[in-house]
Design a protein around this ligand. Sequence first.
Ligand code: SF4
Length: 561
Amino acid sequence: MLSKVETQHETIDADIVFAGAGPAGLSAAIHLRQLIDRHNLTSPERMIEEPELLVLEKSRHSGGHLLSGALLDPCSLKRLFPDFIERGCPVETGVSDESVWFLTRRNKIPLPYLPEPFRNDRSLVISISKFGSWLQRQAEELGITVLDSTAVMEPVIEEGRVTAIRTDDKGTGKNGQKKPGAEPGLQINTRTLVVGEGSRGSIFRQLDERFGLQPQNVAQIYETGVKEVWKVPEGRVKAGDVHHTFGYPLPSSVYGGGWIYAMTDTSVSLGFVSTAEPDNPTIDPHWNLQQFKLHPFVTSILEGGSLLEYGAKTITSGGYHAMPALYGPGFLLVGETAGMVNMQRLKGIHLAISSGMLAAETLFAALLNDDFSAEGLKDYARRFEMSDAHSELHAARHYRQAFNDGLYSGLVKAGLKLSVPGLKRTERSSPKERLKPGNRAYESFVRKRENFRPDGRLTFSRSDDLYASATRHEEDQPCHLKISPDDISAICAVQCREEYGNPCQYFCPAGVYEIDHDATPVLRLNPSNCLHCKTCDIADPYGIITWTPPEGGGGPDYKTC
Ligand code: SF4
């Protein structure tokens, strides 16, 4: 049981708190428990007292907010659970056939040769959402407490180190009033906080502001992945078919591409990744996915099928050079929060598991030596440097930055493995000029969207797609998208409208931002549509939108993707 201490908030203690029940956080908790159990069995004379391990998850269940292309390299899972199959790990199938295509508007051209890093022949097709739920069950069987519907709102920093976290208040109304049954969040004191919130988490952002975790000279890069899961007629795919695409519908100046994974003979997960960057905010990830489905190759797979699920997430894609510091006083970063995604292989789940296990080994040593000082936690960085995860990320270190100059030069550099001198992002023509209302490029961008009529069978509007994400939030709560009223009136209504044409209307895959053009243009927010992808926090060109977690339990409810 957690011990209770009287303070202003209800305060509880846990030895280690894991913020986020994704593959990284759950693997860290599971492996730490495995190491302690093994140790206590083999060295009873140095028995470690059972620590309180507490995993906190903002969604309604582990896996509820997990959305990904979901090809799993099982290398690290085999280390965590050599018997993962016998334990009922939800593997849909193995990769049986794979191709990479360059798409023109009507045709597809195969990549004649698949370089080793692009190959997936050892990978498994999984539903990352089901995988997250399964990992939660494994953790709970080991006695680890997983609290769902609980958002971690802020770290508590005392004397220069993280000593606790605060969770979300329940029952606060839109205007800050307390509703019947309202409960303040908990303060949870901890010896170490393990942060595994995925891409662009709010705890990471606060720690970065306080401790300067992101490298000074290399900006992090993000992409937005938008995905649909479909039931398709028999004969269109075989379970394990994997397709990756580049080219159409993106211009060569924009990084991104598509994927289609056959989970069974009659179900596919398909999606499209578009870069999310403030210097080109009129990227429309939802529209890109709809256009992708209109390619004859993709249409031939989906036609006559039906949409099962929709979702979106950002992907931390800067790779090795853009990784933040992995530890700080009182905390460790794991998984995507630590930048552990290999964009060359379009994979991160195995790295998330690896980083969780390395964090667990560090925490085990800290428990054994009773040393949770920053010096003790530093061992995590050393362990990472000696690991396979490090070798893999280091080998792919130039990949994503190679595409900063556009698709073709990126392909040459990445394909030929040329070294890329310098990592500074290349400036393209001024986006403000390009995207201004009245500029021809901008007008054509807007016109294309206005003229697009989803047919409701193959292509969908944002609101129709949103229905398939099962997103829901408590309506009467403070808006979790923080924009100051001054910024709304001065920047959104005037400056951004002039300079960029309010791109939030396009980059949000959930239609949360709407501009009401009656009389004076007004920004209207629909926060209960939010998919928690964080694209707005990244792509907003003025940096005036801050995404914060809404009341725990809100958000999408992914089940199969
Ligand atoms: Fe994503 Fe922001 Fe839109 Fe929510 S409001 S779906 S975080 S872009």
